[in-house]
Write a protein of this length. Sequence first.
Length: 375
Amino acid sequence: MRGVAVIFCCLAGGLFGAVSAANAAACPGNPNALGTSRTITVDPQAMPKIGSMQYKTTLALEDHEVAITFDDGPLPPYTNRILDTLAAECVKVTYFLVGRQADAYPATVRRILAAGHVIGTHSQNHPLTFDQMALGRIEREVDGGIASVQTAAGDPRAVAPFFRIPGLLRNKTVEAYLATKSIAVWSADEVADDWYRHVSAKDIVTKAMSRIEAKGHRGILLLHDIHPATAMALPVLLRELKARGYRIVQAVPAGERPKVAPEPQPALVADAAGGWPRLAPTRETVGAAPTALPPKSLDRFGERKRETSSKGEHKSGRKFADKSERTSRIVRHQREKVSHCEMARRDRDPVVTASIARKRHKTAVSDAGWTRFQR
Ligand SMILES: [Zn+2]
């Protein structure tokens, strides 16, 4: 039965998805890059549902071919770090962006587009009730997300007719609505559990590789570009895919797409261990403070709830009325050799508390953390 299903998928892909050879030009600055071997054009009319985790049809990937997808972004600095890694390896992927996040970070949306990645959508607010929502709210979430991402990208053609339901909480009402709009609904073939609170980068790589191998050495891999562990795992995952002979395939929509502006290649530095180029730290990727704190609580499908307000500001991010007053208080505490935690506890200051959290958060994605993982 399973063999029949695989054959059907392959036949379906062959019939419905026009396969084209991709430009396999050398990757500037990285002769050992994984690269993108080819594209598959997806026609939502012919293949309205994609991904063997939930549907009978999936991309017509050949042996040792993987299509990578990222959900829930954009969210700097993680999305930026991931874009740097993808650019260094000349790997093209598909993003499923959340409208609210696109509203908050339009420059990152434009960077994703300019880098040649495909942009689908993932609703306006990422509610985890798609399987229970009335049609009116489904319409608002789907259409609102598309409108937000189109506005952020600055070109309506930038958004592919690809949609992934938050939490993969499918039902017939959502799927029927998407079909009326000729939008393909995307599930996945494999996940790497990168949304779990304490998952390590190493676990993400191990799970991704073992699940891809278990599903016939191919598949659509679902990751999230909003988590530090995913950002840390990606360079190693791409190296592992290359080492085991995998090739990257990018699913693209039919029709005209916006012109792709060339993205500046990030500088590469030789890894101390040799062989594997690492991204050189930049102000954007390392020095920049995260614009949102790490999400904490897990929701129904295991995805993390965002703790940002509608204005994109952290709930505890109260503005200082008097900056000098705060500075003098910090200096006073430093003279007394009081730890930041103790200082925050004494002052019951939500801003200082948030600052400490931000500092820890930044450390998690600093080069030190990166190097630790690479060992
Ligand atoms: Zn999601």
